[in-house]
Design a protein around this ligand. Structure first.
Ligand code: MN
Length: 261
């Protein structure tokens, strides 16, 4: 690899700790569904898996070494992270992952590393910045749109309306788009500094961004699954994210080389 040959930015991909039955004793795997890493790879990024750690201070070390952070989907966020007790309809939670991802979000924001959040990723970004969630949309929100998709997840389920003039609108280039939807939690109180950039007709938040950051953007749907990750809107999202990471990498390496020897 030549000195300037490697233009693929490193994208840290948050992982999902899964309990795997293995003989008499369970194992725990740090894993990520392939759609996420393929989405990054397809946009000419280099995905690197970030295993959850008991030591949340490692989050800062990871963020110092990546050019972008992708926060993936997964289980529910434990409501203690926004000061609530669990609702009876809450699903699986993993507080260890919650704590680690919250630390990743805060470190990335501090260093202005580009961040893309998907589904749970959107929710964890909102919680990390002080917002909260509906623990269960059907029992806590007035929602006419079913957000639990009853058809194949590769296909669209509902439309979202995109707020004009936002980064998301610029990326997607259309006022509304059809997306998949399989979440029973959603943003309730949106964190200060975040702008809602897409909603369904029932007012459920489907995308947010921080207009004050170079790239801090999240969607509630699953672009990595929509049409096998090949939907036009999915390609545009991953492309814009990885482009922002590449730009960040260039700027930070310029910063390094500009320092006197
Ligand atoms: Mn939805």
């Amino acid at each position: 690899m030549g000195m300037h040959g490697d233009t693929r930015p490193f994208i840290g991909v948050s992982s999902w700790t899964r309990r795997v039955r293995s003989g008499v004793k369970d194992r725990f795997n740090e894993s990520v569904p392939r759609g996420y890493t393929q989405g990054v790879e397809g946009a000419s990024g280099l995905p690197v898996l970030l295993p959850n750690s008991d030591d949340a201070s490692l989050a800062r070390d990871y963020v110092a070494r990546v050019d972008g952070l992708l926060l993936t989907g997964g289980d529910d966020v434990h409501p203690r992270f926004y000061g609530e007790a669990p609702h009876p309809r809450i699903d699986l939670v993993d507080e260890r992952r919650d704590a680690f991802e919250i630390a990743l979000v805060r470190a990335a924001r501090e260093r202005t590393v580009p961040v893309l959040g998907i589904c749970r990723g959107l929710q964890i970004m909102n919680v990390a910045l002080g917002g909260d969630l509906y623990q269960d949309i059907p029992s806590q929100a007035e929602s006419a749109v079913g957000h639990a998709q009853k058809t194949l997840r590769e296909g669209p389920w509902h439309e979202v309306e995109i707020r004009p003039g936002t980064r998301l609108a610029e990326i997607l280039g259309e006022p509304r788009t059809a997306v998949n939807s399989y979440h029973h939690q959603a943003c309730r109180r949106v964190a200060e500094g975040l702008l809602v950039t897409a909603t369904t007709v029932d007012g459920i938040v489907e995308a947010v961004e921080d207009p004050g950051c170079p790239f801090f953007l999240a969607v509630q749907w699953h672009p990595e699954v929509l049409e096998g990750g090949k939907a036009a809107s999915s390609r545009k999202l991953f492309a814009a994210f990885v482009a922002a990471a590449r730009e960040f990498r260039l700027l930070s390496s310029k910063g390094r080389s500009a320092r006197p020897a």
